[in-house]
Design a protein around this ligand. Structure first.
Ligand code: ADE
Length: 246
C-alpha cells in the first residue's frame, strides 16, 4: 500500500515512520511511505508557500498553488484520482472502522495543513475525505497523518507478523481488549489469574471474552451500545439494548 504525505515538514514524518513495525514493513515492501515537501513545488522565488489571510486575522494561510502542483505530480504518478485526506479538527473522528476500510485502497494521499489553515479553493479541488483524530487542536496535520498511516498500515496484510494479532484486539466487535500477562508468574505480590495457567483453552477464551465485556462496560460504556453481544451476554452483564444516536 502506498501513502503519500504532503507536508511542509517532511523530515518529521520520515523519521517517525522509518522505525519499528511500520519501518520494517516498508523495508519488506508491504508499505511505501513517501513524504512530499510542498515547498519543492512553490512558484515563488523565495520558496514561500503561505501568505496573509484575505479579510485580515491572525496567522498565515497555506497557498493553493504549491499544494495543487504537488498533488498533480502525485496524481500523475499514481495514475488515477487518489483518495485524498485533509487532516482537520473539522472532520469526522477517525475510527478503527475507517482504518480498516482505508486499508483496502492502493494509494492514499494525506494533506497536512499548518498555520491558520489552507486556502479553501485547493481543498475543494483535491480533498475526498476530511478527518480529525480527536476533539483537540494540534499545530499541524503531520501527527494526525502519522496516526492514520500507523493504524491503516496495521490492517494491511503482511504488516503484522502474527497474522491473527490484527483480529483479536481492542475495537473488534466494538469491545476493548482483555488484559494480558507474561512471566514471571508472581510480580510485585501479584499472581497471574489462575484460569490462564489452566491450559483449558475454552475456559481461557470465555474468561477473556468476559474481561473484554467488563472492561468495555467500565471504561467505554458508549461502545457497548453497538457491541456484538449475544442475548445471553447482554442479560448476564446487564447491557442495555438501546442503540445510540437517537
Ligand atoms: N489538525 C490540527 N488538529 C487536528 C486534529 N485534532 N485532527 C486532525 N487534524 C488536525
Amino acid at each position: 500500500m502506498n501513502f503519500y504525505i504532503l507536508t511542509l515538514f517532511p523530515e518529521m514524518v520520515r523519521n517517525a515512520l522509518n522505525t519499528s513495525i511500520i519501518g520494517k514493513a516498508s523495508k519488506k515492501g508491504y508499505l511505501n511511505i513517501e513524504a512530499v515537501n510542498i515547498r519543492d513545488y512553490t512558484a515563488d522565488r523565495h520558496q514561500k508557500a503561505d501568505d496573509y489571510p484575505y479579510g485580515g486575522g491572525a496567522g498565515m494561510v497555506m497557498q493553493a498553488q504549491p499544494i495543487y502542483d504537488a498533488y498533480c505530480a502525485l496524481k500523475e504518478k499514481i495514475g488515477y484520482i487518489p483518495r485524498t485526506v485533509y487532516l482537520t479538527p473539522q472532520g469526522p473522528t477517525f475510527t478503527q472502522h475507517m482504518a480498516k476500510e482505508m486499508a483496502q485502497e492502493d494509494s492514499i494521499v494525506f494533506l497536512c495543513g499548518h498555520y491558520e489553515g489552507v486556502d479553501e479553493r485547493v481543498l475543494e479541488e483535491i480533498v475526498t475525505d476530511y478527518v480529525s483524530i480527536g476533539d483537540y487542536v494540534l499545530t499541524g496535520g503531520e501527527l494526525p497523518a502519522m496516526v492514520m498511516v500507523d493504524a491503516i498500515s496495521r490492517m494491511v496484510p503482511g504488516v503484522l507478523t502474527n497474522e491473527t494479532s490484527g483480529q483479536s484486539e481492542s475495537f473488534e466487535g466494538n469491545l476493548l481488549e482483555y488484559p494480558q500477562y507474561t512471566r514471571p508468574y508472581q510480580w510485585n505480590g501479584k499472581a497471574v489469574p489462575e484460569v490462564l495457567m489452566s491450559g483449558d483453552h475454552r475456559r481461557i477464551e470465555m474468561w477473556r471474552r468476559e474481561q473484554s465485556i467488563l472492561r468495555t462496560k467500565k471504561y467505554r460504556p458508549d461502545l457497548l451500545k453497538t457491541a456484538e453481544l449475544t442475548i445471553k451476554e447482554k442479560a448476564l452483564y446487564q447491557v442495555n439494548d438501546e442503540k445510540s444516536g437517537e
